[in-house]
Ligand binder design. Structure first.
Ligand code: UFG
Length: 339
């Protein structure tokens, strides 16, 4: 079998949270994921569905070699830094990794070697490109005014990708996740960052006694219970969306930019209550000041993704998200209980 027949998909950042779930979904759909990752935030034991090339997206030569070696029929690009707070402290680093990495990848994909046959690209984007739109449901036409360097770099990447469409005929899907959450229902992979800043893993750490409790950042927002509302989308639903976008592009479909969420929000308080029910633990909470840059409410209008890809979330009610996250979290951090 030639490499092209193997249906190789180069997956940058495939050892990370969303990237690893997508690599698994790709393998299940009959594709051959080849991960490119520097393991700065990803996990070696999350690479289970194909080979890995160890490398950094800032290294243009390494990326070019990976593309040449893999001869991918398509590329999925997850490798990036994604912490809003860190991006405010280190904006230049975010430009180097997120923008520089995407530039290097686009250059590697659009070399003369591929002329006339540039492989399509699925890009990991974010709701952070929108900033704080004053609408109940954020659709693709909403104004893009990122409120932090992380969102700015991701928006700049989307623009670079669109420009490569004009200049080189690259077809792409930019997928803007709202709040990725949950874990693989088979409990093989899940959400684990170091340091952890995300709401659900922090709550589950508190339920396991690995932390004293959780600070609720802001209880005076103009929301039903005063805490911030987000659109939590199960990482397995996101993975299905990536495969659907890839299938679309491989059938010569047009470039897309889609908001991926559920259309329903949950408040911090509602997530904590769901976690108390699922874990059977009382989660100690403390009220704290609002976190800088946190919008009160971010909820997607996912109707375009349904119209164009027939995709919708099927596993993203907050109870299911927390149940799946809890099963993996417990197994990962207290193996003696579950083994
Ligand atoms: N929160 C707390 N206490 C905590 C942690 C979080 O109250 O200890 C709150 C946050 O203030 C926010 C909500 O829980 O209101 C969700 O916070 P996360 O940190 O889990 O997620 P964010 O909404 O801040 O960020 C996510 C992604 C980012 C992306 C952003 C898009 O993680 O990559 O959505 O808006 F940029």
């Amino acid at each position: 079998m030639t490499k092209q027949e193997q249906k190789n998909i180069l997956v940058t950042g495939g050892a990370g949270y969303v990237g690893s779930h997508c690599a698994k979904a790709l393998a299940k759909a009959g594709y051959a994921p080849v991960v490119f990752d520097n393991f700065s935030t990803g996990h070696r034991d999350f690479v289970r569905w194909g080979p890995v090339i160890e490398g950094d997206v800032r290294d243009a030569v390494a990326l070019k070699d990976a593309v040449a070696q893999t001869r991918p029929i398509a590329v999925m690009h997850f490798a990036a830094l994604s912490l809003v707070g860190q991006s405010v402290e280190q904006p230049d680093l975010y430009k180097q990794v997120n923008c520089g990495g995407t530039r290097n990848l686009l250059d590697a994909m659009t070399t003369s070697e591929f002329s006339g046959n540039v492989p399509p690209l699925v890009f990991s984007s974010t709701a952070a490109i929108f900033g704080e739109p004053d609408v109940d449901l954020i659709d693709e036409a909403a104004g893009k005014k990122p409120g932090n360097p992380y969102g700015e770099t991701k928006l700049a990447c989307e623009e670079m990708i669109q420009a490569s469409g004009v200049d080189h005929g690259l077809r792409s899907a930019c997928l803007r996740y709202f709040n990725a959450a949950g874990a693989d229902p088979d409990e093989e992979i899940g959400e684990h960052h170091n340091p952890e800043t995300h709401l659900i893993p922090i709550i589950l750490d508190a339920a396991l006694g690995r932390r004293d409790g959780i600070r609720i950042f802001g209880n005076d927002y103009a929301t039903a219970d005063g805490t911030a509302v987000r659109d939590y989308i199960h990482v397995s639903d996101l993975a299905r969306a990536h495969v659907a976008a890839l299938d679309h592009l491989l059938k010569d479909g047009k470039s897309l930019a889609l908001n991926l969420g559920t259309g329903t929000g949950a408040s911090v308080r509602e997530v904590i209550d769901a976690a108390s029910r699922v874990t059977g633990s009382t989660i100690p909470t403390t009220d704290a000041a609002r976190r800088a840059g946190d919008p009160p409410r971010l909820v997607a209008d996912p109707s375009l993704a349904y119209k164009l890809l027939s995709w919708q979330a099927v596993r993203s009610d907050i109870e299911t998200i927390v149940t799946d996250a809890w099963a993996w979290h417990r197994k990962r951090f207290t193996p003696e209980i579950t083994s």
